[in-house]
Design a protein around this ligand. Sequence first.
Ligand SMILES: Cc1cc2nc3c(=O)[nH]c(=O)nc-3n(C[C@H](O)[C@H](O)[C@H](O)COP(=O)(O)OP(=O)(O)OC[C@H]3O[C@@H](n4cnc5c(N)ncnc54)[C@H](O)[C@@H]3O)c2cc1C
Ligand SMILES: *[C@@H]1O[C@H](CO)[C@@H](O)[C@H](O)[C@H]1NC(C)=O
Ligand SMILES: *[C@@H]1O[C@H](CO)[C@@H](O)[C@H](O)[C@H]1NC(C)=O
Ligand SMILES: *[C@@H]1O[C@H](CO)[C@@H](O)[C@H](O)[C@H]1NC(C)=O
Length: 477
Amino acid sequence: MVSFEKKISSKVLIIGAGFSGLATACQLRREHNCDDYVIYDRSSAPGGTWWANKFYHLPRTRTSRKSTPPRAEILEYFNKVADKYDVSRHIVQNTEWEGAYWQDQTSSWLVRLKDLTTGQAFHHDCKILISAVGALVNPNGFGVPGVEDFEGDIVHTAAWDEDMSLHQKDVIVVGNGCSAAQLIPAIAKEARSITQFIRLSISHSSRPPQFYLQNENRQIDDNWKSVFRYVPGALRLLRLAVFLYLESTAVRMSINRTGNKARNLSSERSKAYIQNNAPASNIHLTDDPIVKISPHSIFTKSGQEYPADAILLATGFALTQYDVELVGRNGRTRNQHWDNFGYKEAYKSTAMSGFPNFFYVLGPNSGKGHTSAIYSIENYVNLVMKVIAPVIQDRCSFVEVRPDSEKDYNVNLHEKIATTIFNNSCGSYFIDYKTEKNWFTYPWNSFVMWYSTHWDNLDDWVYDVRWLMKLLMSQED
Ligand SMILES: Cc1cc2nc3c(=O)[nH]c(=O)nc-3n(C[C@H](O)[C@H](O)[C@H](O)COP(=O)(O)OP(=O)(O)OC[C@H]3O[C@@H](n4cnc5c(N)ncnc54)[C@H](O)[C@@H]3O)c2cc1C
Ligand SMILES: *[C@@H]1O[C@H](CO)[C@@H](O)[C@H](O)[C@H]1NC(C)=O
Ligand SMILES: *[C@@H]1O[C@H](CO)[C@@H](O)[C@H](O)[C@H]1NC(C)=O
Ligand SMILES: *[C@@H]1O[C@H](CO)[C@@H](O)[C@H](O)[C@H]1NC(C)=O
């Protein structure tokens, strides 16, 4: 492992070994033939979200290929790609990113890290810094009185303990979002009882309950497997069909007649599905808030006591991934930049003025609710690769987004958000409660995203040419 004294540097530094970090690394090699990069990640294995959320593979279906594959198959794919593009040996695990400081003299970032196995801090110097820290990565906490006295397991879905047995146990599940919806079917047979608490962790809004839709996880039989293996383009055609179908559902996000009608249809379908399928056996659902925990039970506001052998937190994620200290030009921090700007943002989700050579993949306002996150990741990586080309090729020492472009982009973005259901009409954790701005959602469709990340004419970016002038002058001498 790296020692404190040793001076470490690389041209590119990537934080995060999930799909964003992987895609960035692959494209550095494919588009720029650049091998001079390091990826740091605080977890102990690559894969990001797909490694962390282990309950995904509880129903072990390793032998069968499904249209929605289990976790193990996604990780298998991840590692295959990482090996194919020689990424694996660039990844340093168990390393927390703690801060980054722009250095004007050298046009580079000084990055502060911590080796989590030894607790030792060290620095890494890089030309280009890429934050691929994920969108849903820091688990929400659970601050109920008495929690430290509880004698069973308390486990968040994103920090699952694979050795934990729920056999014949009274299990408490907190939350009823996407994580709980996937967790409960996976554990329902094993546990003695499940008591599920809904809408507890977020107090500042009165949000409507969740809707659930049927997950049609189709089996891909041998015939189809052969078709995909031997018919050229068949898999791509299917992927295109899935993409177009999902894109057609984006209209549900609009606040207009088409959108309202489509939402009404989906919610009616969801209600029918829930009414016909909600489990009635060992599962008890309540919105009675938990107020206290004792060694073997929990107490609710109404005075009920529920026996508890394990508490499973499906409480989602704190959107704190941008809290890491980032200090740009003139000693200005990321928070100061956002305060000044008025809200959390980035130009095209990737860059902020005053932070040269710094980029996000899946940054602020990159989240879409209707289609694959991997598609967005690939688009943003494409944009970043194009923008950094002159820096990677040593033709410039830095690139930075123009403040005007950053402003214009965000004004348009929030005008568009206002026409969608992400406008804060029903409260959501995508809204920053200080500024009342949604800083999570991308409001346009995937075609717009593709266009805006593939047809950037680079007018929105400033490149440092001083360095080039110096070089030219020295050659004239
Ligand atoms: C429960 C759940 C279900 C999801 N389901 C889907 C789905 O079905 N389809 C879909 O398209 N998307 C889904 N997503 C979205 C998912 O986030 C993306 O698919 C994708 O995995 C994002 O990749 P990423 O690399 O950007 O982030 P991540 O996979 O989150 O990876 C980020 C990495 O950065 C590391 N990191 C973060 N901060 C630091 C730090 N300070 N120092 C060091 N390392 C750090 C983390 O350890 C992590 O490994 C889901 C997300 C969750 C949480
Ligand atoms: C509603 O908005 C969507 C997306 O902007 C658009 O495609 C659709 O045509 C609009 N419908 C109406 C009735 O205006
Ligand atoms: C859908 O529309 C119908 C008819 O206008 C209405 O009765 C129903 O309550 C709506 N459903 C939802 C879930 O909004
Ligand atoms: C969001 O849109 C709805 C419907 O048009 C509107 O009633 C509401 O005031 C809007 N909320 C915000 C915060 O813009």
